[in-house]
Ligand binder design. Sequence first.
Ligand SMILES: [Zn+2]
Length: 124
Amino acid sequence: MISKKRTWLDIIIIAIALVISALLIGLKFLPSEGDLTLSVISEGGESEYSLSENREIELMSNGISLIIRIENSSAYILSSECPNGICMKQGRAKRAGDTVVCAPAGVALIIKSGGVSHGDAVAG
Ligand SMILES: [Zn+2]
């Protein structure tokens, strides 16, 4: 009888251990490193785009038109009408915290970790 009880306890302990390890594995797959967001700040405000979708974003800021490209989980300024074109030489932003700035246009690309926020910030 004692041995039977112990077996049941063992099964329960193993089951709990499995649940805990499943949870830990599950946590690994939650958005962290892989889910990055591109935040584009311009004259018109701030917009967010997922870095996992390749696309081109055209925008006009301070009278300067720019094309921002998201490609292979990185973002860069593909073309800009700004006078010096430094922004196009800044390369690609791809890790959280990376920034590309076009000062004449007042545009900044900032990589943020985590997915695109859905406006859970409360204004006012
Ligand atoms: Zn520029």
